[in-house]
Design a protein around this ligand. Structure first.
Ligand SMILES: C[S@@+](CC[C@H](N)C(=O)[O-])C[C@H]1O[C@@H](n2cnc3c(N)ncnc32)[C@H](O)[C@@H]1O
Length: 274
């Protein structure tokens, strides 16, 4: 990734920050099973010092800070100023005093050795510039399974890709499905000398009491990739694209509320004793 590409990716996250804040309640609801899986896998409990890498609008830091109280604390990190601001503001609104905030990238963590008991990352490892370097410091990570097993994403992108010519993508470029192939991120942990590397598939439902209309708005606002593709559509194409997505997504709104099957991989490893 060139420095220009890195800056462009971070600019897109900066634009996304206000939408991740706008949809924070839904995000917390939709991805709660991932946080639980992560807390369970990392065996997070009272008194631990936890590092969260790529914390976005605040999860899983906000949830974990309530688990490690009264003696433990969380260090939230994210390289994007807008994300740090919204997460910090939310912690303030909730009166949480055991989360600390630091704007930094996974590839260059400004902390001394052995500062934390455990490191977690929810849905962010796919965006690290140098995953091996990042994982050398991160002990636990979480990411999406294959796109086909995640219609929450594919119902929208598959339709839009029929209308917008997408450039062939490097399979190692930062992207939500970069580590969907089983064993890929586990291999990176092993290369980074993590021990006891375990990969677990987590099947869950992305559920929220919202309509297709709200889902469409949320997806097209929150994702930098989708915003870029939508900008390439002619205004006259929009109603057709939206209708095609609505048709593809109909069965996930059958109960009058949103429910998508989803698959993620939880990958964990331990730091060697040395
Ligand atoms: C999909 S969001 C996930 C946010 C949050 N953890 C959640 O699950 O709601 C990905 C996050 O990764 C962050 N990110 C992008 N590049 C990064 C990097 N090099 N190091 C750490 N985080 C990064 C983005 O700013 C964004 O907040």
């Amino acid at each position: 990734m060139t420095p220009e590409e890195q800056n462009k990716a971070l600019d897109a996250w900066q634009t996304s920050a206000r939408y991740w804040d706008k949809y924070r309640v839904l995000i917390a609801q939709m991805f709660a099973p991932l946080t639980s899986g992560l807390v369970e896998e990392a065996r997070i409990g009272i008194g631990q010092e936890v590092l969260d890498i790529g914390g976005g609008s605040g999860e899983p830091s906000l949830t974990i800070s309530c688990i490690v109280v009264p003696t433990g604390s969380v260090m939230y990190t994210d390289p994007v100023a807008g994300m740090v601001e919204t997460a910090q503001a939310e912690a303030g609104r909730r009166g949480l005093t055991n989360i600390h905030f630091r704007q930094c990238s996974a590839d260059d963590l400004p902390f001394a050795d052995r500062t934390f008991d455990v490191a977690v990352s929810r849905l962010s490892a796919m965006f690290f510039v140098d995953p091996v370097a990042a994982v050398r410091e991160a002990l636990r990570v979480i990411l999406w399974g294959p796109k086909e097993a995640n219609p929450f994403f594919s119902t929208v992108t598959d339709v839009i890709d029929r209308f917008v010519e997408a450039p062939r993508q490097d399979p190692d470029a930062p992207d939500a499905f970069r580590f969907a192939l089983p064993g890929k991120l586990a291999g990176i942990l092993e290369n980074a000398d993590a021990k006891n590397v375990i990969e677990r598939k987590l099947n869950f439902e992305i559920k929220a009491p919202i309509s297709f209309e709200q889902f469409w708005q949320l997806r097209t606002e929150m994702s930098g990739t989708l915003r870029e593709k939508m900008a390439k559509l002619a205004p006259a194409q929009l109603p057709t694209v939206k209708q095609a997505v609505a048709d593809a997504a109909r069965r996930y709104f059958a109960s009058g509320t949103m429910s998508f099957p989803a698959e993620a991989l939880i990958v964990s490893g331990r730091k060697s004793a040395a």
